[in-house]
Design a protein around this ligand. Structure first.
Ligand SMILES: CC(=O)N[C@H]1[C@@H](OP(=O)(O)OP(=O)(O)OC[C@H]2O[C@@H](n3ccc(=O)[nH]c3=O)[C@H](O)[C@@H]2O)O[C@H](CO)[C@@H](O)[C@@H]1O
Ligand SMILES: C=C(OP(=O)(O)O)C(=O)O
Length: 423
């Protein structure tokens, strides 16, 4: 397995282009299963998660063609040839569980393995199942697979989630597009990913209103048609790279960056003393002088502070002036980066869902282990701020979600390189 080597860095300067959003693109790809006609996606990120989901879609009979060096993807599901989503693929990423809604809505049956993804908590699927049952599906759990049937099709219903689930909202949304009648999804996720999915479904002919609010209404239609849709910028990649100049000093412009996708995070970064300016090309982030201040953070569904940026923010807080409290409310096991940061000299106490971070004068490079996607990148950020060399092992997690990360960070002056497993 490859490793990444990072050396402590001075100020960064330059531009980083932001790729299309992984978590959005994956859900858009599942929508292709709803129609016999092709869905063309542009601004597709080149990531292993995208390749893994392509393989899964191909296993259902969907043709996946990549154009323009992988930036454009044409998905044609003329015919569904297989309704079973295999454990060997689904275990690799959580989003693959979202083939369930589209397969069930189109075929009246889907057999999908319980998902995997980052080991950051129990990550149940009861809300997905509840939502599809409301739409009239019969669901059983058979040897690790969710078997859903609706031989006469799905029927619109009121689905009320007890708390926000991005994945369950999206499974309900895609399934409801082909259900008979009206579906109302209450306490729906408001994440930009969900809004972009709804937008794409509308472009495919679905009748959806209220996306971006807590109540989404879907009028079922008989069929969806061809569409072309541009994937929104990756707000998590953007937030990650905003931390780089914050932790090293300097000024970096994020090309294609959009503040509206990350308002809560931007406010916390500003409270820590970082300058953020909207430019014509995106967002400029600078730490011109002075130390970073400690700031408390609580993760929450959108528009709150994203759980996917908690690890990176913790890396920043490790060298901030003062003590900060980071509360993780989405996942019960998402502090796996803390022990690794401690190896680099950080002072962190974790109690349940709360981490208390006391800033230290400097971190020191160390060999560390990447445990999940966002944890991996937090170690790279910490490595950029540390004295000496940090080797981050097991970086396959990183390649799931960050496109050409060494290239992008090197371009702004970071000392980062990859050691290939085969030498
Ligand atoms: C609300 C939230 O921030 N969701 C994040 C979550 O989406 P993802 O869709 O993976 O997770 P959910 O939004 O569904 O999960 C939110 C919470 O609900 C729980 N749950 C979920 C479904 C279910 O059927 N039963 C259940 O109990 C989960 O265990 C979790 O504690 O991880 C993604 C990848 O890190 C992030 O991009 C999303 O922003
Ligand atoms: C945790 C993530 O991915 P997954 O849901 O596939 O584990 C992520 O994108 O941060």
């Amino acid at each position: 397995m490859d490793s990444i080597i990072v050396e402590g860095n001075g100020p960064l300067s330059g531009q980083i282009p932001i790729s299309g959003a992984k978590n959005t693109c994956l859900k858009l790809m599942t929508a292709a299963l709803l129609s016999e006609e092709p869905l063309t996606l542009t601004n597709v990120p080149r990531l292993s998660d995208i390749r893994t989901l392509s393989t899964l879609l191909e296993s259902h009979g969907c043709e996946v063609a990549l154009l323009q060096g992988g930036r454009v993807m044409v998905l044609s599901a003329r015919e569904i040839t297989n309704r079973r989503a295999d454990y060997e693929i689904v275990r690799k990423l959580r989003a693959s569980f979202n083939v369930l809604g589209p397969l069930l809505a189109r075929e009246g049956e889907a057999i999908v393995s319980l998902p995997g993804g980052c080991a950051i908590g129990a990550r149940k699927v009861d809300l997905h199942i509840m939502a599809l049952e409301k739409l009239g599906a019969t669901i059983t759990l058979e040897e690790g697979y969710v078997h859903a049937t609706a031989p006469d099709g799905l029927t619109g219903a009121v689905i009320e989630f007890p708390f926000v689930s991005v994945g369950a909202t999206e499974n309900a949304l895609t399934a409801a597009t082909l259900a008979k009648g009206t579906t109302v999804i209450r306490n729906a996720a408001r994440e930009p990913d969900t809004v972009d999915l709804a937008k794409c479904l509308v472009e495919m002919g679905a009748k959806i209103s209220g996306a971006g609010t807590s109540e989404i209404t879907v009028e079922g239609v008989d069929r969806l048609h061809a569409a072309t849709h541009q994937v929104i910028p990756d707000r998590i990649e953007m937030g990650t790279f905003m931390i780089a100049p914050a932790i090293c000093g300097g000024e970096v412009e994020l090309l294609g960056g959009r503040r509206d996708l990350l308002e809560a995070f931007c406010e916390k970064l500003e409270a820590a003393g970082i300058d953020i300016t909207e430019t014509e090309a995106g967002l400029k982030v600078a730490r011109r002088n002075g130390a970073v201040r400690a700031v408390d953070v609580t993760t929450a569904p959108f528009p709150g502070f994203p759980t996917d940026l908690q690890a990176q923010f913790m890396a920043l807080m490790c060298t901030a002036e003062g003590t900060s409290t980071l509360e993780e409310t989405i996942f019960e096991n998402r502090f796996m980066h803390a022990p690794e940061l401690i190896r680099m000299g950080a002072r962190i106490d974790v109690h349940g869902g709360t981490a208390t971070v006391t800033g230290v004068k400097g971190l020191t490079g160390a060999p560390v282990m990447a445990t999940d996607l966002r944890a991996s990148v937090s170690l790279i950020l910490a490595g950029l701020a540390a004295e000496g060399e940090t080797t981050v092992a097991r970086v396959y997690h990183l390649d799931r979600g960050y496109e050409r990360i060494e290239e992008k960070l090197s371009a702004v002056g970071a000392k980062i390189s990859r050691v290939k497993a085969d030498g």
